[in-house]
Write a protein of this length. Structure first.
Length: 158
């Protein structure tokens, strides 16, 4: 269904109406925007928490190290999924181009997971400037979230 909606948005004729075309485009753009907003929310929350810990400010939450690690893992997974949504809709709406088409969302999730882990097999890569910037953002997000958070959360007394 999502592919039909996106195809209709690109062609403007799947449902025979330009109003539907605009509506579908807006829905896809909103989903990509929501995913991006959630990414920034996750990164800001971890940054704020890490800075509070570095500055030895009193805890505002009752999170233990175990809770923090669970939250870190879930946030890492959520980043992968949010970036996959952005890749999928950016490609479908011709905002960004990649070396292959993501036939379904699972290909976008694979690409996102490989990118955030900085593995980079080379089987898929961005071919447009916007695509490269999105990938760069994901790599930096993954490094910031994983390395900095683990070092701060596990490095000192809680």
């Amino acid at each position: 269904m999502a592919d039909l909606l996106v195809q209709g948005a690109k062609n403007g004729d799947a449902f025979g109406s330009s109003a539907v075309h605009i509506s579908v485009w807006c829905i896809c753009a909103f989903l990509a925007y929501f995913a991006a907003a959630r990414i920034f929310e996750i990164l800001y929350a971890f940054y704020k928490d890490a800075m509070d810990k570095v500055e030895s400010k009193p805890k505002r939450s009752g999170l233990t190290k175990k809770n923090r690690l669970q939250l870190l893992f879930l946030s890492y997974i959520e980043l992968v999924l949010n970036y996959a949504i952005i890749y999928y809709f950016a490609l479908r709406l011709d905002w960004a181009r990649f070396s292959i088409n993501f036939d379904d969302i699972s290909h976008a999730i694979y690409f996102s997971g490989i990118t955030i882990a900085t593995v980079g097999y080379g089987d898929q890569f961005p071919t447009s400037t916007l695509g490269r910037y999105i990938v760069l953002g994901e790599v930096l997000s993954g490094i910031i979230l994983f390395v900095v958070s683990l070092a701060v959360y596990l490095g000192g007394d809680d």
